[in-house]
Design a binder for this molecule. Sequence first.
Ligand code: NAD
Length: 487
Amino acid sequence: MSVWTDKTANLLVDGEWCPGSGGRFETADPATEEVLGTAANATPADLDRAIAAARRAFDDTEWSRDVDLRVRCLEQLGTALHNHADELRELTIAEVGAPRFLTHGAQLDAPVADLAYFAELAAGYEWTRDLGVAAPMGMPSRRWTRREAVGVVGAITPWNFPHQINLAKLGPALAAGNTVVLKPAPDTPWCAAAVAEILHRETDIPPGVVNVVTSDDHALGAQLSADERVDLVSFTGSTATGRAVMAAAAPGIKRTFLELGGKSAFVVLDDADLGAACGLAAFTVCTHAGQGCALTTRLLVPRARYDEAVEATAKALRGIGVGDPGDPGTVCGPLISARQRDRVEGYLTLARREGGEFVTGGGRAERDRGFFVEPTLIAGLTNDARVAREEIFGPVLVILPHDGDDDAVRIANDSPYGLSGAVHGGDLERARAVAARLRTGTVGVNGGVWYGGDAPFGGYKQSGIGREMGVAGFEEYLETKLIAEPA
Ligand code: NAD
């Protein structure tokens, strides 16, 4: 894979692995701040060519109608990526700062394996369904539905879990028969380009079906959202950018599928094992330095045991600390960039101004280099504080007291977001009842892990529209056509 060996990456446009017309931009290692190499910098004209190629591949080839070809190509892609897993793993650790242990799950191996799930889903899918005969206006008619690909998908992705998010869009979009233009985040061009190169060299995916356009210019995302040749924008990123995507898509009444931010609550009920729950909450917020949209970042504990919970959580956070992402034991690596570290530090300053107490952490970790922030616990605030309401995207946990199950549900739901959550309790039925009342797309009960290729994931409220993965995620990429004939 030349991206990793030659330290540079190209664009994939209309079946060609080609340099962009905007020169090259650098990608760096967030743990060392060293430049890793360069990626092709696409211009608006390059993106325009990519959209035209995707349009042609959809309109003028059999791709959207040939399920067998798509199934075979997705299986090839899964196998090819699996065969390059060692290189992809090192690349991902270097470019994303992803802890090594996570590359054995959601940062690499899991989304690669999930491609087989989407291939299997397409192979066995009920593409047409007979609705039988009806005569609502006195004319007996036989009706059936056909599920068809939406068309050209513009996929816009963030940097935090690049393979997971890129492949969770490519897999179902291709399985459903769409063609794709993928615009990854400027911070992680290599992750997307490496997949593109492998796809280009080692699969039979026809030219134009997948186009990958890296750029340091966010405006390309806006261009892709607005272009009328694009039928669906599949976006993952911040809620603020999601709004801009919706606005850009509105004039063309373009479908938007949005996976956005979160401020998820970890609810500890009064019959829970408090120590175990606080330990898990600390581990969760430290995972990939808190750079996960669905990580729980508000810890809600019974008021009577608040001090005990504060102490247990702080101790667990201190025990985790930060580490080199390449080390198999590291949970909390660096933030992706100086910009993100500044953002997190801005929130720490705000927490201080709002009267928050740093029980542990509260600033940069003591390291010579890299964008590391200490695991931080903020106590002494209410859910009205901005640091309890806004997404920080760092290893920062706000601990809040609650006065029983109803109060915990009220606080958890008092958020503009609705992405995820967790409930811990000794009585499983009671914990399930609280989980059912959370207005979020996923909830883990007593440590249950909701992530999986077959498990629909997405947000309520301002955390998004639609579901990724699972059958629901696949069907986001389909239209429904109803055909009727005289019976
Ligand atoms: P971001 O919103 O800044 O950028 C995401 C992508 O949008 C990038 O590719 C960027 O170049 C592009 N973009 C920027 N401006 C655009 C515009 N006006 N129109 C179209 N595209 C534009 O997000 P980020 O900083 O890369 O990622 C972090 C955010 O992503 C967090 O808010 C996090 O919660 C969210 N996220 C959500 C999920 C989810 O599934 N719900 C998953 C991961 C990350």
